[in-house]
Design a protein around this ligand. Structure first.
Ligand code: NCD
Ligand code: ZN
Length: 349
């Protein structure tokens, strides 16, 4: 049995950190594990342009522990009113790594999202021309489409036509959850990639209903059938450079999750790389962790691979059952992924 593994410092290419007290609570977890993270713009109001993103970025940097180097890359929120000038400005900043397409109403804070893809075609053309990446939340929002089919339908109706119409556009299909998502990425060229979260590798949809209803296992896109989880496992662990790490760690306080209409999102930043290591080790693929976590994303985004390393040691430990907020009120807790579970891979800090 391996005792430790040292890999180039990983990057998290899909992360929510919110703002205010929550930002201060969650950023140190990511900054002590990852070299970079792609910060999602779904604040209320959303982060739409370079000026807003740079302000947000400096708030994030203020929460990074002083002995840590962490480089937040920002994603801008694509709306019906994004302009070509916004795209050009974004292409000129090293801190901006793309625009995020949320179909309006698809997920948490997506009300300002794009209402019709045809309406933003000129913006997407400009992104292609200026080499700006499009990050996509790939689900249709039509309430007549079964929630478990929304990713597959999005790929068919929106993504395939879009990738044919603008073939040079660099696209990341975020948090893929299905065999169809894997197939789409695999059969596309190197300009198209997919990120995979820890929860979609760990669980199938039974987890949401295990012995009752489990609000902390609810995220969007929702967990799918076992066959889809297996397709994701293969995609993540086979060394294909088109798949890379994006946790989609999304903090929501316990009071918002354990409610009559609990919100979507799973927090995993407190042990993200350790959990991925556990997942890769469970199928004897620990040697594939570094490509997925530290190389494929950097190469896709055309940034230098991190030069520092991290070491994970094989030592059993128990993950916390909750992460307190400033006022230690139970409603304000975060319940992390695998709360209270044992993990055999531990980060050497
Ligand atoms: C995310 C959030 O909470 O911001 N929620 C989620 O379930 N993944 C939004 C998103 O990435 O869809
Ligand atoms: Zn997300």
């Amino acid at each position: 049995m391996t005792d430790s593994i040292t890999i180039d410092r990983p990057d998290d290419w899909h992360l929510h950190v919110r703002d205010g007290e929550m930002l201060e609570r969650v950023v140190p977890f990511t900054a002590s594990r990852f070299g970079r993270a792609l910060i999602m713009p779904n604040l209320n109001p959303p982060v739409r342009n370079v000026t807003q993103a740079l302000k947000y970025r400096s708030q994030i940097l203020d929460s990074v522990p002083s002995n840590t180097t962490f480089d937040p890359k920002m994603s801008l929120y694509l709306t019906d009113s994004t302009t070509v000038a916004d795209v050009v400005e974004a292409s000129q900043s090293e801190h901006i790594a793309g625009f995020k397409l949320y179909p309006a109403g698809a997920t948490t804070n997506s009300d300002s999202g794009v209402t019709k893809i045809l309406g933003v075609m000129p913006i997407l053309e400009a992104m292609s021309e200026h080499g700006v990446v499009l990050q996509v939340h790939g689900e249709v929002t039509d309430k007549h489409v079964d929630i478990f089919d929304r990713e597959a339908v999005f790929i068919d109706q929106i993504l395939l036509p879009l990738s044919r119409e603008i073939p040079q556009l660099k696209i990341v299909l975020e948090h893929i959850t299905t065999r169809e998502g894997v197939d789409f990425v695999q059969s596309a060229g190197p300009q198209i990639a997919g990120t995979i979260t820890p929860q979609h590798l760990l669980y199938n949809r039974n987890e949401i209903f295990r012995g009752g209803i489990r609000p902390h296992a609810f995220c969007l896109p929702v967990l799918k059938r076992e066959a889809h989880r297996q397709a994701l496992m293969e995609a993540a662990t086979q060394g294909n450079p088109s798949f890379f790490l994006g946790t989609d760690s999304a903090p929501h306080i316990r009071g918002a999750k354990q409610s009559e209409c609990g919100c979507a999102g799973i927090f995993s930043a407190n042990a993200a790389i350790e959990i991925y290591a556990e997942i890769f080790a469970s199928v004897d693929k620990l040697h594939m962790l570094e490509g997925f976590s530290s190389h494929h994303g950097a190469d896709f985004y055309d940034v230098k691979r991190n030069t520092e390393t991290i070491t994970l040691i094989n030592q059993m430990h128990t993950l916390p059952t909750k992460i307190d907020g400033a006022n230690k009120n139970a409603d304000d807790d975060l319940i992390p992924l695998m709360a209270g579970h044992q993990l055999s891979w531990m980060l050497q800090l």
